[in-house]
Design a binder for this molecule. Structure first.
Ligand code: SAH
Length: 404
């Protein structure tokens, strides 16, 4: 390996990859694992720029290297001469924002930047009105945090950039855990509008970036199945997500979640003036839905949107049982021709695998189910096509449920 001195003289570290990995980078692969790399020439520090090269040392891409972690490299540009500097990040951020607004028609609150699909793996930015919430999972991108924040503050209406770099997964990458205001005004709460409803978003205290924007269009779509007098159950309701849309469409809603989430959901119900249509149940979803089975009340619409049961491939079996169980309970809680809106955000559960779990649960529950809508994350969460179904971690399936 070359000495660090060699780098100072301007020699760029090189990652030699085999032919199949070369082809995959050309197709769109942006995260390189150690198994893709045959040889590393040079001694890059975490976050340094390196070149991905073919077996003969010919340039394929520029990447950020993280030599002792997985992924070992994140491809950042396919152009040999492109300068990876503040202006590069600014161009990418502005392009991602313009696409959301001018082409997709988003405004106000949306995922403004989504990693690979927007050209910078390891960077996620959600916008909640004037506040941007940033998550970084790449040491190379970490070095440009301030430049990214400056670019965001240049976008019309954005006054604050918060970092939510408190995900434990950063430790594996050798990055510190941090959260707080990174640039701009010290403002961390916003009231956002989503379809017909409003949510109070606490960017520092909310989950992940502060709020689950990935389910946004699915929550709006759920309202189509609710009308005055419908009975709706929202299991894992968090800050009121699906249930608020149902209530705004006229349904009587029961929100079920743990204590802290319910406190926030209550505030959002009040914010929308929907107190008369919403009631709350604090408790554990598996136990409470099981208890409800022995009572007569049945629902027209049930939403079930649990946390990721499979965090690692090793969790898959246990996760499949949990998805089966909660969906079994929820199917049984529906009236005939009721609608089950069921989600899974585990990236290790494929869309096909999820449908299989649902079909098994239906069989077990004595129900016949058919798919009405098969949805994924909202359009502001684009997924590179080359990653196939593995890229769409969020599954949200709308089912018609009938007794057999
Ligand atoms: N549907 C929501 C997001 C749900 S996030 C939305 O659209 O915003 C998952 C929720 O599951 C969290 O609010 C968490 O508090 C809740 N949760 C996790 N485990 C739970 C359990 N065993 N019982 C009840 N709620 C649980």
């Amino acid at each position: 390996m070359d000495s660090p001195k060699a780098q100072q003289k301007g020699e760029i570290p090189k990652l030699f990859v085999a032919r199949d990995a070369e082809a995959r980078v050309r197709e769109g692969l942006r995260l390189l694992q150690k198994r893709h790399v045959r040889k590393l020439k040079g001694a890059p520090n975490a976050g340094d720029i390196a070149w991905v090269v073919d077996e003969n040392g010919k340039f394929i891409a520029q990447c950020f290297c993280n030599p002792s972690a997985e992924p070992i490299a994140q491809v950042i540009s396919l152009k040999e001469k492109e300068a990876i500097d503040a202006a590069f990040f600014s161009r990418k951020v502005i392009a991602a924002d313009s696409f959301r607004r001018a082409v997709l028609g988003f405004s106000g609150s949306y995922r403004l930047f989504y990693g690979e699909a927007d050209g910078i793996p390891g960077l996620v930015v959600d916008r909640f009105c004037g506040i941007c919430s940033m998550q970084v999972s790449c040491p190379g991108v970490e070095r440009f945090k301030d430049a990214i924040a400056a670019a965001l503050l240049g976008i019309d209406g954005i006054v604050t950039v918060v970092e939510r770099n408190d995900s434990r997964s950063r430790e594996r990458l050798g990055l510190p855990l941090k959260k707080g205001v990174l640039a701009g005004k010290s403002k961390t709460q916003a009231v956002i509008e989503e379809g017909a409803v409003k949510f109070e978003v606490d960017v520092l205290r909310g989950h992940k970036t502060g709020f689950y924007l990935d389910q946004s269009e699915n929550r709006v779509a759920a309202a189509k199945y609710c009308r005055a007098g419908s009975e709706m159950l929202d299991v894992f309701s968090y800050t009121g997500g699906f249930g608020l849309h149902a209530a705004a469409a006229g349904a009587n809603v029961l929100m079920l979640d743990m204590k802290d989430a319910i406190a926030q959901a209550r505030r959002n119900v009040k914010l929308n003036g929907l107190e008369s249509r919403v009631s709350f149940l604090e408790g554990k979803a598996f136990e409470e839905t099981k208890k409800m089975l022995s009572r007569p009340k049945r629902f027209d619409v049930v939403s079930v949107d649990p946390p990721a049961f499979a965090q690692r491939p090793a969790d898959l079996k246990r996760a499949a049982r949990a998805y089966h169980q909660i969906n079994y309970n929820c199917m049984k809680l529906l009236k005939d021709d009721g609608i089950l809106i069921t989600s899974s955000c585990s990236s290790y559960v494929s869309p096909e695998g999820f449908l299989k779990i649902l079909s098994d649960a239906a069989n077990h529950a004595g129900k016949e189910v058919s798919v009405i809508e098969q949805r994924s994350a909202s359009r502001d969460h684009p997924v590179p096509a080359h990653s196939g179904s593995a890229g769409s971690y969020l599954k949200c399936v709308f089912l018609r449920v009938r007794s057999k």
